[in-house]
Design a protein around this ligand. Structure first.
Ligand SMILES: [Zn+2]
Length: 318
């Protein structure tokens, strides 16, 4: 049988997306359901099974040789379980086993969503051609993943590169993760907006207090909005500089809603990086916006499935 496709699942707190993806990252078939995130675990799983049922009903399904899952975390790839913060019905939920059963026993590869985005940017996007990269998603939370020596580095449990919960402010605000002064506590969209409001910034007549509204105010020169983005940029720069110093990445890619803020984020970020990334081997580090759009999670899950296949083939001497 000709197996030139992989199946992909992108599981988040809002939607469950599935696709059949070819070897060039092109999506041929797609399916989607809202995530019933506040329901019990089996109800959430039924939504996943509905997505899979649509994919398996496609005439192209027989060409799929493996399935990749990118899931909101934490995930435990070694156990095949997930415990997404925003899906309380899933705690140590045996997602891999359940998906494999619904997908006709295809080999299944599980990674965290930050790692999936990284796989997509490395395969098709801004980190393409870079052997050592950090990719980040800065939105409601801050996630990320690493490419090292030309390969995705998910780590033993699939969570490596989770830069949002590196502490960059030793005595900083308590973070929901249990630590203090995490990058996410300073640089996520809600925290950028919160800091601006606390500093006296007020929204326009539409009442919009999102980070995107703060970004618009910063572009218009509002000093409090500018300062809130500068502080976020500082936190991101400190986290990126620490990562570069540890593992010698040469590019940091920033996606997510906050990553779309443009110069109000990237100008202070590049300046702060020059303050924190000071040793000779990290000074050439560049920082750039992500290129992949809303399909990044699916494309990244597909990349992980393809990488698993390639590794299996190598191990089998094929
Ligand atoms: Zn934290």
């Amino acid at each position: 049988m000709h197996t030139d496709l992989v199946a992909a699942l992108d599981i988040g707190g809002t939607k469950i997306a599935g696709a059949l993806v070819d070897g060039h990252g092109k999506i041929l078939v797609r399916a989607q359901r809202p995530t019933p995130s506040q329901d019990d675990g089996d109800t959430v799983m039924r939504a996943v099974e509905e997505v899979l049922a649509e994919l398996t009903a496609s005439p192209s399904w027989s060409r799929a040789s493996a399935l990749g899952i990118g899931s909101a975390g934490p995930v435990d790839a070694s156990a095949g379980t997930v415990s997404p913060v925003n899906v309380p019905g899933w705690r140590d939920y045996p997602l891999v086993e359940r998906v494999r059963a619904a997908a006709g026993d295809l080999p299944v590869e599980l990674i965290g969503d930050g790692v999936a985005i990284t796989a997509a940017e490395h395969w098709q996007g801004a980190a393409r051609g870079h052997a050592n990269a950090l990719c980040m998603v800065v939105s409601t939370g801050v996630g990320g993943g690493l490419v090292l020596n030309g390969q995705l580095h998910p780590g033993p449990t699939g969570n490596a590169g989770h830069i949002g919960h590196i502490s960059v402010d030793l005595d900083g605000d308590a973070c929901p993760c249990g630590s203090r002064g995490c990058v996410e506590r300073i640089a996520s969209g809600p925290n950028i907006a919160r800091r601006a409001v606390e500093g006296g910034w007020r929204p326009g007549s539409d009442g919009d207090t999102s980070a995107a509204a703060v970004a618009a105010a910063a572009r218009a020169g509002d000093p409090v909005a500018v300062a809130s983005f500068e502080r976020a940029a500082q936190a991101l720069a400190a986290g990126i500089a620490a990562t570069a110093t540890l593992v010698e990445i040469d590019i940091a890619v920033i996606g997510g809603g906050v990553g779309k803020a443009g110069d109000v984020l990237f100008t202070p970020l590049r300046k702060a990086l020059s303050d924190y990334a000071t040793l000779s081997f990290v000074r050439r580090l560049t920082v750039t916006p992500a290129q992949m759009g809303t399909d990044a999670g699916l494309v990244g899950a597909a990349a992980a499935a393809l990488a698993r296949q390639a590794n299996n083939a190598t191990a089998a001497g094929v």
